[in-house]
Design a protein around this ligand. Structure first.
Ligand SMILES: Nc1nc2c(ncn2[C@@H]2O[C@H](COP(=O)(O)OP(=O)(O)OP(=O)(O)O)[C@@H](O)[C@H]2O)c(=O)[nH]1
Length: 313
């Protein structure tokens, strides 16, 4: 173990460091409390052996400052000629983990070092496991909100986001647009090109929609099957219409061949719902309106958008 030995007496430094080296430990020596704090930062030792009685800054103060400064727990063992039970209790209360009475016995020093090393190792393992768990949790949290096929937000995330953003719009009396998008003649596409090609196509469309959701509150998600949604908070009807036009253009520009469509390309239809101040409307109602508008867009020949006026909302 890399050990920081703090003692103001040269002979004590020599005796203890000789013991430590004989036991196979690396030793860094500090001759004062101030130097101990500085060398602790510089060397990041695994253990500190700390004399108590020193001029200017005693061991109690050093251990207090070490505990304040360092996020990581490092075992500290006091070395002292003060052998009264009250001295030992006070030393532990100040933040030390163990106490050795001088003159130091090499075998007892060895035993204490081994015990501290074991605790330190277990603690490092615990921290490592905690880090791995946090990483795994982050990945899980992400996966829970993503659609497995396309990699964009899933239906669960759509429900949460719409509910959150609608509440925000209601509170701030701000507008919100919800677009529902559906790939045209996708059944024909699957039937003609196969289900795997269909999956690829869904992925490309999803990524294109994702790229089009530019602002921080915007969200593109897979609503289900070949249907996608885009939530656009703080957006008025003009903004929603221009976003729908951008979507139509962008999907056409993907230039995915679709011989069983009258456009010869993969195209999309978009239903728009919009609320001005978003009072008295639920996420379900807004979605229903978009769905109805989408149905109308399909009726208009597809590869187009439609919006339903809701002047009272
Ligand atoms: N490849 C693939 N196809 C899917 C997936 N989810 C839904 N579909 C298919 O999407 C097609 C949707 O067909 P319909 O609802 O009839 O709609 P459509 O053929 O696109 O016709 P319109 O919407 O009226 O233009 C069905 O064939 C579904 O099997 C998926 O994850 N992968």
């Amino acid at each position: 173990m890399k050990t920081l030995l703090v003692d103001d007496t040269r002979t004590e430094q020599l005796v203890t460091s000789t013991f430590l080296k004989a036991l196979g430990h690396e030793v860094v020596i500090a001759g004062s409390g101030a130097q101990a704090l500085q060398l602790f930062q510089q060397h990041q030792p695994d253990l500190v052996l700390l004399d108590i009685v020193m001029p200017e800054m005693d061991g109690y103060e050093v251990v207090r400052q070490l505990r304040e400064q360092s996020q990581n727990w490092v075992p500290v063992i006091f070395l002292s000629g003060k052998a009264e039970p009250q001295d030992i209790l006070y030393g532990i209360e100040c933040g030390a983990d163990d106490y050795l009475v001088k003159p130091i016995n090499k075998i007892i020093l060895d035993a204490k070092m081994q015990a501290m090393e074991r605790i330190s190792r277990m603690r490092k393992q615990l921290i490592q496991t905690q880090d791995q768990l946090s990483q795994a949790n982050l990945i899980l949290e992400k996966q829970v909100s993503l659609d497995g096929l396309t990699g964009i937000a899933n239906r669960r995330e759509f429900d949460l986001h719409l509910s959150r953003e609608l509440k925000r719009s209601q509170r701030d009396k701000q507008p919100l647009v919800l677009l529902l998008c559906d790939i045209d003649w996708f059944k024909n596409y699957n039937d003609y090109y196969g289900h795997i090609a269909g999956d690829h196509c869904l992925g490309k469309v999803a990524q294109a929609l994702d790229r089009l959701s530019l602002r921080p509150g915007d969200l593109a998600c897979r609503y289900g099957g070949e249907e996608f949604a885009m939530i656009l908070p703080n957006t008025n009807l003009d903004g929603g219409i221009s976003k729908a036009k951008a979507i139509l253009k962008c999907i056409q520009e993907l230039a995915i061949e679709h011989k069983k469509s009258s456009y010869d390309l993969i195209t999309i239809s978009v239903g728009i719902s919009f609320c001005e101040q978003c009072q008295n409307i639920s996420p379900q109602q807004l979605t229903q309106i978009s769905d109805e508008a989408l149905y109308q867009a399909k009726g208009k020949g597809r590869n187009t958008f439609h919006h339903i006026e809701q002047s009272s909302l």
